[in-house]
Design a protein around this ligand. Structure first.
Ligand code: SF4
Length: 66
């Protein structure tokens, strides 16, 4: 799956990092606007929670095509 972050909307609150550190700390380190996560990631639920927790609605999770 792919995670897309609208860096123009992000306010740097780090709720995503605090909700799913395992995945979003990498984004916080490199401030990439998109990055890939293995489709079988064990953090899928936490990733979705992080997207919902974003106050700026800046996180889009693109599921794998099947
Ligand atoms: S939760 Fe949203 S606004 Fe906050 S740092 Fe993450 S992407 Fe940016």
């Amino acid at each position: 799956m792919k995670i897309i972050i609208r860096t123009d909307l992000c306010n740097g609150c780090e709720k995503c990092v605090n909700t799913c550190f395992e995945v979003f700390h990498l984004w916080g380190m490199y401030l990439r606007s998109s990055f890939d996560v293995p489709d079988d990631t064990p953090f899928r639920v936490k990733i979705e929670k992080a997207a919902l927790a974003c106050p700026q609605k800046a996180i889009q999770v693109v599921p794998p095509f099947s």
